[in-house]
Every structure is written in structure tokens, then in C-alpha cells.
Design a protein around this ligand. Structure first.
Ligand code: SF4
Ligand code: SF4
Length: 401
């Protein structure tokens, strides 16, 4: 860290400031960045963002800035930098392959928080998120009473209190309904009682606010949800959205101010255990070649890589294929980082790269495990000359039990 930057803290931790200073500009990360794959613009690459942010800190908070006043930064440069920080999907592939080990999946959101603190962001419709959540509890500004309809399967019993709870999440409930329907059908088939909050109480987990740098409501949302599950006696909270799992396990304890009274697991972890222990059996076989895409926030985010594969390999008759980049190295499908609604064309182009490879490998189904991936890759298929059937992992399991 340079001497004139050492007192800057803002939203970044000391480690993150050191990380900013340790980038060697080797450009290794560019080969792994999905945004680079579809834009080819090094100006929005990790080393360039880091360089610009360092310049920005120097101009506004460096020693000279404090002695003689902050230096003006060209407005256009500042706009371009802000756009670059938000055009990223925060997939973390750059960090996974960074030669000096910069933890970018964490660094980029904190840069965004810093941009918001300085009044430079969020951008576009992201600015509407806090009001939408305030009004309706969800990021889509949809009626809260419709959160579990029309997808909730008939005849499935939800307990008032239980050790196990299921959280559907905003994107699953409103934009990827076959996925959450599949979750509930599979949980029901496993046969252990589970609880859910009433639809009006199941508010946003906070991830969209976190990832866009808008942190003001996070403590309140966390406390509302954690206390509601605590009141129902919950010891294990299951969800299928990798971003929910991520913020719940990594950040909720910080916002809650203490350890959570329950564990968080992705639904594939719970279902893989049920299959291994003989509590869930497939009644039908599937003689097909299928390919599984690792969501960035599930594989790189929380390290859930084996369990979805355990589930899929247990299906009688299935041949499971792999993408060239998979597991910790998976390539983002374009849906991450709250960029999909702002940089729509990039997201579609990234989604099509995923479709292209799945089709090239002659897979008959593309299996996803994240509601944002589900929604965006389906969108990428519209009017595209390559077609493949997209299925969520629990939607598939639910159809075979
Ligand atoms: S997080 Fe992903 S999209 Fe963002 S710069 Fe890194 S590799 Fe590119
Ligand atoms: S790989 Fe790491 S050190 Fe190299 S340019 Fe990218 S962020 Fe910087």
C-alpha cells in the first residue's frame, strides 16, 4: 500500500486495500472472464478496474488530496469506471485464477458499496431495489401475497413449526417457478416435515442489495428473517438460490450480530444426503445425455460442487457430461452480479456461450441449479438458432420420483 493511501478505509477492509495494491497486471484473469469473452474490452477488465480505483482513491483521499483538496476527476472517466465496476457479473472466475490470489468475488461488491457511499452508484434500475423491497418485500415489486402462487404444488403440507425450513427466494418464486415447485415436490417426497414463512413474511434475503452496494436495509431484512425462523424452531434452512445461500451463510451472522440459530444448506446438499441414505429413490429412469452448469455462487461461492453431481449421477440411465470449464472454474452464464437487467446484451451473449457448448457436446438437457441462471439462459434461448431443453435440477428430480 502506498503511504498516501494508508489511512483510506471506506468500505474496504485492510486486506482488500492490500489486494488492490498487489495486482501485478499480469492479465492472466482476462482469459477466464466471461464479460471479456463477449465484449473483448480490456478497459473493463480486473487489472484496469483495480488501476482506476487506485487512481480514484489517490485523487480523492491521498495525502495531496487531504493537504490541498481532492483533485477533480474527468466526469466521463468516472462514468466509465462506474460502468466497468457494474458490468462485471461478480462471478469470481478472475479471483479463482488470479496469480496473486485476489478474492475478487468479495472485492467487487465492496468496490460497489464504496461507489454507492460516494454517490456514484447504483446504476439504472438497480436504484429501484430498496423501494421495491420496502413496498413488497421482493425485488420484482410483485404482490407479496402471490409469492407462492401459482407454482406451489397442491396437496403438499407445510408445518407451522419444524426443524427444517425452506426459503423460496424472490427470483425462484417470481421468475423461476418450475424450479421452486421442484424443490417443494422433492422435499415432500423425502417425507420430513418442513416449514415455510407466510408469503408476506418471506422477504428478500438481501443479496441483490448487497451485490449492488446498497447495504442500508441489510441488517433489518436479516433480523426479520432470522427471528421469524427462530420463532418456528428452525435448525436447518434450505434454499435453492446460490446467492441466497451465499449471503445467508457468509453475511447474515454479521448483520444479525451473532451466530445464526440454524444452519444454511443448498437444497442439493440435503437431497444428496437423502439419496445416499436411501430416503429418496427414483421411480423412473432417464436414458439421456445431460450437462450440468455450476452456478458461480454455488461452486466458487460456497464450494458446493459434488452434491449436484451425486444427485444427477443417481438417476438411473443418465449420462452426465461436463462443460470444459466446470466446478471451481465454471464460466458464468451471464446472470450474476445484478448485471443481467442492466447489461442485457452481454448477459444474453454469455448465456448463448453456455447453450452453444451444451449443444456442441450433444447434451439433451442443460441442467441448472440457480434461479437467475434459469431465468436468463431461458431468455438467451429465445430466437436463438441453437436449442436445448433447460431444466432445473430439482425440477428434473421431481419429475422422476
Ligand atoms: S468477476 Fe467474473 S465477470 Fe467480473 S471481472 Fe472477474 S471474471 Fe470478469
Ligand atoms: S490475475 Fe490477478 S494479478 Fe493478474 S491482472 Fe488479474 S487481478 Fe491482477
Amino acid at each position: 500500500m502506498k503511504a498516501d493511501e494508508k489511512d483510506f478505509t471506506g468500505c474496504l477492509s485492510k486486506l482488500q486495500l492490500i489486494e488492490l495494491d498487489s495486482c501485478t497486471r499480469c492479465s492472466e484473469c482476462l482469459k477466464h472472464c466471461p464479460v471479456q469473452d463477449v465484449t473483448g474490452r480490456p478497459a473493463i477488465s480486473p487489472p484496469e478496474k483495480i488501476r482506476m480505483f487506485r487512481e480514484f482513491i489517490k485523487a480523492t483521499d491521498g495525502l495531496k488530496a487531504r493537504l490541498f483538496g481532492p483533485r477533480d476527476i474527468d466526469k466521463k472517466l468516472l462514468e466509465d469506471f462506474t460502468k466497468a465496476v457494474y458490468e462485471c457479473t461478480t462471478c469470481g472466475a478472475c479471483g479463482q485464477n488470479c496469480t496473486v490470489g485476489i478474492f475478487t468475488q468479495r472485492l467487487w461488491p465492496m468496490l460497489r458499496k464504496e461507489m454507492v457511499r460516494r454517490g456514484l452508484a447504483p446504476i439504472g434500475p438497480q436504484a429501484n431495489l430498496p423501494k421495491a423491497i420496502e413496498r413488497t418485500g421482493n425485488i420484482y415489486d410483485k404482490p407479496p401475497e402471490q409469492r407462492y402462487s401459482p407454482w406451489f404444488p397442491e396437496g403438499v403440507m407445510v408445518s407451522e413449526r419444524s426443524d427444517i425450513a425452506y426459503y423460496a427466494g424472490c427470483t425462484g418464486a417470481y421468475e423461476a417457478q418450475p424450479m421452486v415447485r421442484g424443490d417443494v415436490l422433492v422435499l415432500n417426497a423425502i417425507g420430513e416435515p418442513f416449514t415455510m414463512l407466510p408469503p408476506e413474511e418471506e422477504v428478500c434475503c438481501g443479496f441483490p442489495l448487497f451485490i449492488t452496494g446498497q447495504h442500508d436495509m441489510l441488517e433489518d431484512l436479516t433480523k426479520r428473517l432470522v427471528n421469524a425462523y427462530r420463532a418456528r424452531g428452525v435448525r436447518l434452512l434450505l434454499c435453492s438460490c446460490p446467492c441466497c445461500v451465499n449471503i445467508m451463510s457468509r453475511d447474515w451472522p454479521l448483520f444479525y450480530g451473532q451466530q445464526l440459530p440454524f444452519k444454511i444448506r443448498h437444497i442439493t446438499q440435503f437431497v444428496a444426503d437423502a439419496i445416499r441414505q436411501g430416503r429418496l429413490r427414483f421411480k423412473k429412469e432417464l436414458k439421456e445425455r445431460i450437462i450440468y452448469h455450476d452456478p458461480c455462487y454455488l461452486s466458487r461461492g460456497v464450494g458446493v460442487i459434488d452434491e449436484p453431481r451425486i444427485v444427477l449421477r443417481s438417476i438411473p440411465g443418465v449420462e452426465l457430461l461436463e462443460f470444459e470449464r466446470h466446478g471451481l472454474n465454471s464460466r458464468c452464464c451471464g446472470a450474476g452480479g445484478a448485471a443481467r437487467k442492466v447489461f442485457h446484451e452481454n448477459a444474453i451473449a454469455m448465456g448463448r456461450l453456455t447453450i452453444d457448448e451444451a449443444v456442441k457436446k450433444k447434451a439433451e438437457k442443460l441442467i441448472l441449479s440457480c434461479p437467475a441462471c434459469y431465468s436468463k439462459v431461458n431468455e438467451a434461448m429465445v430466437d436463438y438458432d441453437k436449442q436445448i431443453r433447460i431444466v432445473d435440477i430439482m425440477e428434473l428430480v421431481g419429475s422422476l420420483i
